[in-house]
Design a protein around this ligand. Sequence first.
Ligand code: COA
Length: 383
Amino acid sequence: MREVAIIGASQTKFGELWDISFRDLITRAGVEAIEDAGIEGADLEAMYIGNMSAGLFIKQEHIASLIADHAGLTPIPATRVEAACASGGLALRSGIMAIASGYHDIVLVGGVEKMTDVVDPTPAIATASDQEWEAQQGVTFPSLYAMMARRHMYEYGTTREQLAMVSVINHENAAKNPKAQFPMEITVEQVLNSSMVADPLRLLDCSPISDGASAVILCPAEKAREYTDTPVYVKASAHASGTIALHDREDITRIDATVHAGRKAFKMAGLEPKDVDVIEVHDCFSINGILAIEDLGFVKKGEGGLAFEEGVTRRDGDIPFNPSGGLKARGHPLGATGIAQAAEIVWQLRGEAGKRQVEGAEIGLTHNIGGTGGTAVVHILSR
Ligand code: COA
């Protein structure tokens, strides 16, 4: 198996982007990643695209060849990867495996979603839950994560204010990220007074509906310095599946797929959580920021809320969390999220993250979840 490096990264602005089409959005991200890597489009041997639901959001399937065609990249093989909100993370893993196996030498991995073109995106998002047992009973993602939050509060005494701190810290970071959808600081009081979505989760506990795209360029580690002085190396790529429906779980305060993917990733990298300098985790709702740092082993089970309350997860704390602003405030265009997380870690490890830079970051981790944890993908990257 060959080692893999990331030599280029890009992200479009995330937000309500009505002035750009789906195909232009991902092409823009791809071109910027190609320029960042210092390669030519003609150097690309394959493309993997993470996308959850173009069929439901913009009525377009068959998007991988659509993008290759629009970007002038035919006839390279172009593959769409779908795993709900973890589509981007899983596309990245597919690209990594294509290089590691020796099948390809230079691969573009992109992620894209255009969610704001439909009037009500909620039914499309809900297709990532169990249709028969959850969605058709009227349960949506905010309400599924609300049940997980309630149970966590009951079991561990996690407070409403601690949940709010997850959003406060995300927005603090997003305020320094020009590509974030909601780059404004917020207070705990604002979170607690925002409109109720699914008790106990309020508007400012939720990731938004977003358009956006992101891309990275991969090559074998041994060739990376031919293209760049600042390659970022893939130390681990781990993927685990879990039950899609919440009622099938032994414990809804834990996402087993995260636990398994995290353990596998740390074992593969020969590292422990204490070795990681910066993390980009899947905080689609504030509770998931807490679950993520617990289930990945950064804090003990039940102590995630306290870590946010005490500011351990601030950019200058022991566990610098979501310097991009996370899903909450950078935005969450579903299929693009896993790639945007990797792009942020690449910029952090290269020391190019501007005002949101985590000083001296050498090792970073990304964590991307599909649904409520039917899929989890964890990557560990180093400079
Ligand atoms: N954070 C901060 N502000 C938000 C926001 C968010 N998550 N979502 C919307 N807003 C703002 C809008 O900008 C708008 O502000 P304005 O009135 O100043 O223009 C206002 O709140 C109302 O926006 P609107 O789009 O009408 O909100 P909504 O009530 O239709 O949707 C949610 C809000 C939280 C229900 C929706 O964003 C949502 O469903 N999020 C979860 C997405 C999801 O499930 N993703 C998958 C995760 S697994």
